[in-house]
Design a protein around this ligand. Structure first.
Ligand code: BGC
Length: 333
């Protein structure tokens, strides 16, 4: 072999060895460290929970979702918010069944009616999937806990507020979200119990809005025609008060007709500022969502939680709203 061949041969071997080490090094890197991003993200979450609202785009439920997402972010939970586009019990039930079939780690839902929700919740819990009720309880079911308003008490508070504000004299029409949902029945019952000793307070009619804005407005119009003596309205779900107020303003009767509603959505607060809605029952939807996720984590990790957590409920009138806004302003200064 000549000198030139020896040099060429040595370079050849060197080149081969260097290529091999590169191949081994990068091959190892791909196999062990640089996994696809998707696999890494799936590992980020400890649990997969589902929150089923009564109505997906309802502003009240968006606040429950906001609270739930805040807790989910804090504790590394994958939270899905799925449910009917417009309130619909069959779709609600179907969403719960599908979530249970896909073996999620926990479900947060309302316990809307004993008839449909109690057997369903019991089936899901029997499969080993924990269920927490939020906003509305199905207290006879095997749900592991409830977090939300004490709905009977909130209706009772509304009744007491109406007695005070109308000085014990009013012909009241009640517009309720649904005749069949547990929380709506309790809000009506609490109210009726609060006013039943008052001789000057009469409940002249109770109608359903199906938590739809259009229906709440239609029913208000109808009541004004059918019961000309009505001078007070009680709306038991978040959108009822807003629609009652809109119709009352249309007829320019805000000085003669008293309105008490539920919740503190921006439109409700606007009607309180204008004086059309005189009072509203405050609920804590953000707290409900946040607390529900936290409770599911505690349960999953074997910690005990109280079976019933009642979030705060109180009455807000114009003076309370103004005070709240002043306090907030001072806090931000
Ligand atoms: C109730 C919710 C309901 C919503 C409807 C709220 O007052 O707590 O259960 O879905 O009103 O707008």
């Amino acid at each position: 072999m000549g000198r030139f061949s020896i040099i060429a041969y040595t370079f050849g071997i060197l080149f081969f060895l260097v290529s091999c080490s590169f191949a081994i090094f990068y091959g190892y890197k791909v196999m062990t460290h640089e996994l696809p991003v998707e696999a890494n993200t799936a590992d980020k979450y400890q649990y997969h929970f589902i929150l089923v609202p009564e109505e997906l785009d309802n502003e009240y439920w968006r606040l429950v979702e906001k609270g739930a997402r805040a807790a989910a972010k804090e504790y590394g939970v994958l939270l899905e918010y799925v449910g009917p586009k417009q309130a619909n019990i069959e779709e609600h039930v179907k969403t719960i069944e599908m979530s249970a079939a896909s073996k999620v780690d926990g479900i947060i839902t309302q316990g809307l009616s004993d008839e449909q929700f109690t057997p369903l919740i019991n089936q899901v819990v029997a499969k080993g999937i924990p269920v927490i009720t939020v906003d509305t309880d199905a207290s006879n079911s095997n749900r592991l806990a409830y977090i939300g308003t004490d709905n009977y008490y909130s209706g009772f508070l509304a009744g007491k507020a109406l007695i005070k504000d109308t000085k014990g004299k009013a012909n009241v029409a009640i517009i309720t979200g649904s005749f069949y949902a547990n929380h709506m029945q309790q809000r009506v019952k609490g109210f009726q119990d609060a006013v039943k000793q008052e001789e000057g307070i009469k409940v002249v009619t109770i109608v359903e809005s199906e938590i739809s804005r259009v229906k709440a407005a239609e029913k208000t119009n109808q009541i004004l025609q059918d019961y000309p003596g009505v001078n007070a309205f009680y709306g038991t779900s978040a959108l009822d008060g807003i629609e009652i107020a809109q119709v009352i303003e249309k007829y320019k009767r805000q000085d003669q007709i008293y309105i008490i509603g539920f919740d503190t959505l921006p439109e409700t607060l606007e009607y309180i500022r204008k004086g059309t809605i005189k009072a509203t029952v405050v609920q804590e939807p953000f707290q409900m969502g946040y607390g529900a996720v936290k409770m599911l984590i505690d349960l999953t990790e074997g910690r005990q939680v109280p079976p019933i957590v009642h979030t705060n409920t109180q009455i807000m009138r114009l003076a309370d709203l103004q005070k709240m806004e002043r306090d907030r302003l001072e806090e931000n200064q």
